[in-house]
Design a protein around this ligand. Structure first.
Ligand code: GRF
Length: 193
């Protein structure tokens, strides 16, 4: 039986699409049973609806606190039988409510070679520093900002002429292959336990 995963995303959703493509091609043996977003304007919502993935969009500020917000998400995830939470451009720190319920089952993708350039605009940070090598990191999520144990990394090189847009394209090309592959390897390891 396929592993049930939820994708949490706040942005355009190119990684969501890559995950869905990998599911469709059979590269990833998973069922994306829920898309969670905190941003009603996020492009990922339309992508999920086109693919008929159940979607919940909450405005975190309409809850009394983070615990109440995450409790609502947790109820949705449990309702759907979600086993793994995959962050794909979800611009929010995960709190204890979800971290405890999904211990070591929440992963994130970040567009830098962590621990370099955590937080927002990692690609812009790398370009501003004129680094020659940056890349992509997939890691387990803990209570810090992009600080959890690293699962996989892949580097790209930045040439003299590369502007931020070119670097972003190189990063995305890596992300869209790496993330489905890493998710599948985690699922396979879990099944072997
Ligand atoms: C990706 O670069 C990911 O590494 C970061 O947020 C971005 C999301 O992009 N965490 P998209 O919405 O999947 O296109």
């Amino acid at each position: 039986m396929s592993n049930k995963i939820a994708v949490f995303a706040s942005g355009t959703g190119s990684n969501f699409d890559a995950i869905m493509n990998a599911v469709e091609s059979g590269e990833l043996d998973a069922e994306v049973c829920l898309l969670v977003s905190d941003n009603i304007k996020a492009g990922v919502i339309e992508k999920a609806q086109k693919r008929e993935v159940d979607t919940v969009v909450y405005h975190p500020k309409s809850f009394s606190d983070k615990k109440a917000y995450e409790s609502a998400l947790l109820a949705d995830c449990r309702d759907k039988g979600v086993e793994w939470i995959i962050l794909a451009g979800y611009m929010r720190l995960i709190g204890p409510t979800l971290l405890e319920a999904y211990h070591n089952r929440i992963i994130n993708i970040h567009p830098s070679l962590l621990p370099a350039f955590p937080g927002k605009d990692a690609i812009g940070q790398a370009v501003a520093k004129k680094v020659k090598v940056t890349g992509v990191t997939v890691h387990f999520v803990d209570d810090g900002m992009d600080t959890g144990p690293i699962i996989a990394q892949e580097a790209i090189t930045i040439t003299e002429s590369d502007k931020k847009e070119e670097v972003q394209k190189k990063i995305q090309a890596v992300e869209h292959k790496l993330y489905p592959r890493v998710i599948q390897s985690l699922l396979t390891k879990e099944e072997a336990k």
